[in-house]
Write a protein of this length. Structure first.
Length: 207
């Protein structure tokens, strides 16, 4: 019976997270109450509070459920030890991230909520640094990959790993925001892998 109760509690928690993602996306975070989420999930407000301390706690649970598996995949590609050329890891990680953004509705919804439908004020005012932490982690890991490429002689001479890591961050950030805000029928959207390949190619040492 205890096991069943635990499984039921986890099922309810997942219902609440899924409902939160839908309501946050439809209404915006600041205009969404826990009552709205409870209603969408088909549970009581008390059930929401049993699982989550407040709306910010629920917001982060929603983010982690979607982003952690994605970050684990991209990290495994970005810093893969078995690659002859670490630049291949940068290219593969970027392609995997943007493929997931385009192919997975839950990932796209989650990022649209974080970027387009959340005002970082009131109870969210102190949380923006935590939201931005994966961005800084990405920047640091890309710099590590470029330093590895420099050590192995695959990085084009004259390039400084820290500087070109910032350039890759700016490239990925601009592409990311454009994909979220742009029209779904823009022709260039289908050429994102080519754009990424061209970006990384500029860093490769000539044969």
């Amino acid at each position: 019976m205890a096991r069943k109760t635990k499984e039921e509690a986890e099922h309810t928690r997942q219902q609440i997270i899924q409902a939160a993602r839908q309501v946050f996306h439809e209404c915006g975070v600041s205009r969404t109450s826990l009552e709205n989420i409870a209603k969408a999930a088909g549970v009581t407000r008390g059930a929401v509070y049993w699982h989550f301390a407040n709306k910010a706690d629920l917001f982060f649970a929603m983010r982690e459920q979607t982003s952690l598996p994605l970050l684990a995949r991209t990290d495994s590609l970005l810093l893969a030890e078995g690659l002859f050329d670490p630049l291949d890891g940068v290219e593969q990680a970027l392609k995997e991230f943007f493929h997931s953004l385009e192919a997975c509705p839950e990932v796209q919804q989650m990022f649209e909520i974080m970027v387009l439908r959340c005002e970082y004020v009131d109870e969210f005012a102190t949380l923006q640094a935590e939201v931005n932490k994966p961005v800084l982690d990405f920047l640091n890991k890309v710099e590590v990959a470029y330093r590895r490429a420099q050590e192995r002689g695959t990085l084009r001479p004259g390039l400084e790993p820290g500087l070109i890591a910032l350039d890759t961050w700016a490239f990925a950030s601009g592409l990311f925001h454009r994909l979220l805000a742009g029209s779904a029928d823009e022709a260039w959207r289908g050429r994102v892998p080519e754009l990424i390949a061209a970006h990384v190619a500029l860093r490769r040492c000539s044969p």
